[in-house]
Design a binder for this molecule. Structure first.
Ligand SMILES: *Cc1c(COP(=O)(O)O)cnc(C)c1O
Length: 395
């Protein structure tokens, strides 16, 4: 066998739906010496990492940890620990990830009632009232930041409704966490999961989760074993807790990465981090509007970190995305499911949410649109974005 070519990944600007651009400090952290998963150094690092996770989740929940696996492993952990075969669960579906949650819940044996809304829209209290009183669910699942549509689901009022109906609220914050306020304690969310490669700007591979006391009481009083051995919180708790009982080997160097990524968020400050995401979104939005590009999500419910936009008439989706990647090194996302070929998904997540990325992307789009003989006012998108930045620095 001849030698495989040397590893030489290209440097990209990751402006898709995740993974996002990684801060150099996080990449360095991964390369630090591996220690054992019961090494006192590692155990202390785990505790400090958990405390920083509680900070971004804004929770005091004891059961806050990082699951070994990507965001979908977080989704499975959230579902399989609280659901026993035959339990009723309501899942809100307005995009790909609500649909995935339905699949996960059904595989765990839940009797699932779906509440659906068109892609790009969000759920109001009125959309859920009737279903909750009829289905009497144990758990209601909803996605806060639907990455397939760019829609921002408000959680607070829904949480009150779900609790009044006697159910627990389970929220997907994979794309939301680190880019939008996620108020686990204030809103009373019972079960929450996230991922590392969206607004936390850490490579994919860990899934932060947090369960409140009410949810843990349910987990600890189950009649049946948790369907997944790997994701069983009752066993994981003994490794993350004082006993330090071996369950599976922790992904040590990924924990270094998440530790560093969370340190960066806390050094910047959560509020400053949210404000940065909001500002770069406003600048991009102004620039895209100047190119005649419309958003897919309803006005007032657009995510700052994920800009899902309609591809302009006459523009070839595949050509633009290929040229962005090969000539400019920029990755943006195509549409999923119902939005395939119709929508671009432009992520400004975590370390990727920066002024230089917004201006670079708008400039590249202007160049490619010109080559495709698309009609627009040259330079207008850059001018619109720079005005947003100029106005922000004045205040
Ligand atoms: C990315 C994503 C997931 C799945 O995470 P993976 O890391 O791809 O497993 C789940 N929910 C939402 C909202 C996401 O954006």
């Amino acid at each position: 066998m001849s030698n495989a070519p040397p590893l030489n990944p290209p440097v990209r600007v990751l402006l898709g739906p995740g993974p996002s651009d990684i801060h150099p400090r996080v990449l360095q952290a991964i390369g630090k010496p591996t220690v054992g998963h019961l090494d006192p150094y590692y155990l202390q690092l785990m505790d400090e990492m958990r405390e920083m996770l509680r900070g971004v989740f804004r929770t005091k929940n004891e059961m806050t940890l990082a699951i070994s696996g990507t965001g979908s492993a977080g989704m499975e952990t959230a579902v399989v620990n609280v659901i026993e075969p035959g339990d009723a669960m309501v899942v809100c579906v307005n995009g790909v990830f609500g649909a995935r949650m339905t699949d996960v819940a059904e595989r765990a044996g839940a009797k699932v009632t779906k509440v659906e809304k068109p892609w790009g829209e969000v759920f109001s209290v009125d959309d859920l009232k009737d279903t909750l009183s009829k289905a009497k669910p144990k758990v209601v699942g909803i996605v806060m930041a639907e990455t397939s549509t760019g829609a921002w689901q408000p959680i607070h009022e829904i949480a009150d409704l779900v609790h009044d109906a006697g159910a627990m609220l389970l929220v997907d914050t994979v794309t939301a966490l680190g880019g939008l306020p996620v108020e686990v304690d204030k809103w009373g969310i019972d079960i929450v999961y996230s991922g590392t490669q969206k607004c936390l700007s850490c490579p994919p591979g860990l899934a932060p989760v947090t369960f409140n006391e009410r949810a843990m009481d349910v987990v600890l009083s189950r009649k049946t074993k948790v369907q997944s051995w790997y994701l069983d919180l009752t066993m994981l708790a003994k490794y993350w807790g004082a006993e330090r009982v071996y369950h599976h080997t922790a992904p040590i160097n990924m924990t270094y990465a998440l530790y560093e990524a969370l340190s960066l968020v806390h050094e910047e400050g959560l509020e400053a981090c949210f404000a940065r995401h909001a500002l770069n979104h406003e600048a991009l939005k102004a620039g895209l509007a100047a190119l005649g590009i419309r958003y897919a999500a309803a006005e007032g419910h657009r995510l700052p970190m994920l800009n899902a936009v309609h591809i302009p008439e006459g523009i070839d989706d595949a050509t633009i995305r290929r040229e962005l990647l090969t000539r400019f090194g920029i990755e943006i996302g195509g549409g999923l499911g119902a939005f395939k070929g119709k929508v671009w998904r432009i992520g400004l997540m975590g370390y990727g949410s920066r002024e230089n990325n917004v201006l670079l992307l708008l400039g590249a789009l202007e160049q490619l649109f010109t080559e495709q003989k698309h009609k627009f006012e040259h330079g207008a998108s850059i001018a619109a974005a720079t005005q947003v930045y100029a106005a922000a620095t004045k205040t």
